[in-house]
Design a protein around this ligand. Structure first.
Ligand SMILES: NC(=O)c1ccc[n+]([C@@H]2O[C@H](COP(=O)([O-])OP(=O)(O)OC[C@H]3O[C@@H](n4cnc5c(N)ncnc54)[C@H](OP(=O)(O)O)[C@@H]3O)[C@@H](O)[C@H]2O)c1
Length: 272
């Protein structure tokens, strides 16, 4: 079905990226599974037609080495999956500027740098697909989600804009918006807090309570991988693809309600 096509995926060491690498491989694709620590890709590397490459999306040199190695091994790249990312949450007053920069450096600048590195090949051949892994947090926010949602709202805006731009060169841009997925995401998450800022602690506690009940119904990474695969291969102009019942429900609520109604619902959930 893939006819020797190649996908390059960022953040393939674990979670959604790893499940996506496995799915494309099992569907006959050539897979460039990139990750910060290639040691985590030993099992993937043993599968046929998988090239594991070191790539940190905040390190331009590693991006260029990985893209060059991919083209050397497989000839070209047909699909780029910008999946690498993590969640920086917390009280804004308690968040260091370094943490702020790092969140945008990884989730936004990293995705832009990857895209810039891969698109010249797409332009030369007149086709290609970019799948940007956003989040339902790219459509709506929760308290203390300013940095993560800010980064994913940026991914949404960038994807819409480059969708127009790259149509000129035969490239389609897709957005995948997962709800809660059972991966390492929650463990890798940063939460900046300072309990001396007592005024916020009621809401922090409430967030953990709400997040705990949301997490109980998370989908498996394989479900997100299936949606990424569909987005990459369906040959349509559809931009957004939600993953999981929670994301579908929240997106429908956000789309069908005006701002005041939607915000009032969330404030009630958080006891405000
Ligand atoms: N899980 C969820 O509930 C959920 C919901 C919505 C959206 N998402 C999005 O889905 C994507 C994948 O997350 P996941 O759930 O699979 O979480 P995960 O299991 O924590 O995987 C995140 C991946 O991103 C990689 N990564 C982080 N910083 C990187 C960098 N600077 N350069 C290269 N790779 C980097 C991690 O690499 P290391 O192993 O080296 O740390 C890991 O491979 C993220 O963009 C996330 O925002 C997840």
């Amino acid at each position: 079905m893939s006819a020797g096509k190649t996908v390059l995926i960022t953040g393939s060491s674990t979670g959604i990226g790893r499940a996506t690498a496995e799915l494309f491989q099992s569907n006959g694709w050539q897979v460039v599974a990139t990750m910060r620590n290639p040691g985590a890709g030993k099992e993937l590397a043993e599968l046929g037609n998988v090239l594991v490459q070191r790539l940190d999306v905040t390190d331009e040199g590693s991006i260029h080495s990985a893209v060059t190695a991919a083209v050397q091994r497989f000839g070209s790249i047909d699909v780029l999956v910008n999946n690498a990312g993590y969640g920086a949450y917390g009280i804004l007053e308690a968040t260091s500027i370094d943490r702020m920069r790092q969140q945008f450096e990884t989730n936004v600048i990293g995705l832009l740098a990857m895209t810039k590195a891969v698109v010249p090949g797409f332009r030369a051949r007149g086709n290609g697909v970019i799948v940007n892994v956003s989040s339902i947090g790219g459509r709506l926010t929760l308290p203390f989600g300013g940095l993560y949602s800010g980064s994913k709202f940026a991914v949404e805006g960038i994807s819409e804009a480059i969708g127009y731009e790259m149509r000129e060169i035969g490239v389609r841009v897709k957005l995948v918006e997962p709800g809660i997925i059972k991966t390492n995401f929650a463990n890798a998450m940063e939460f900046s807090n300072d309990i001396s800022l007592w005024e916020y602690q009621r809401l922090v506690d409430k967030l953990w309570e709400v997040a705990g009940s949301m997490r109980a119904n998370g989908a498996e990474a394989a479900v997100a991988a299936e949606v990424i695969y569909t987005a990459a291969t369906d040959s349509t102009d559809q931009l957004r693809y939600t993953v999981g019942e929670d994301a579908k429900h929240l997106a429908a609520q956000r789309d069908s309600q005006d701002d005041s109604t939607f915000f009032a619902g969330l404030r009630t959930l958080f006891g405000q």
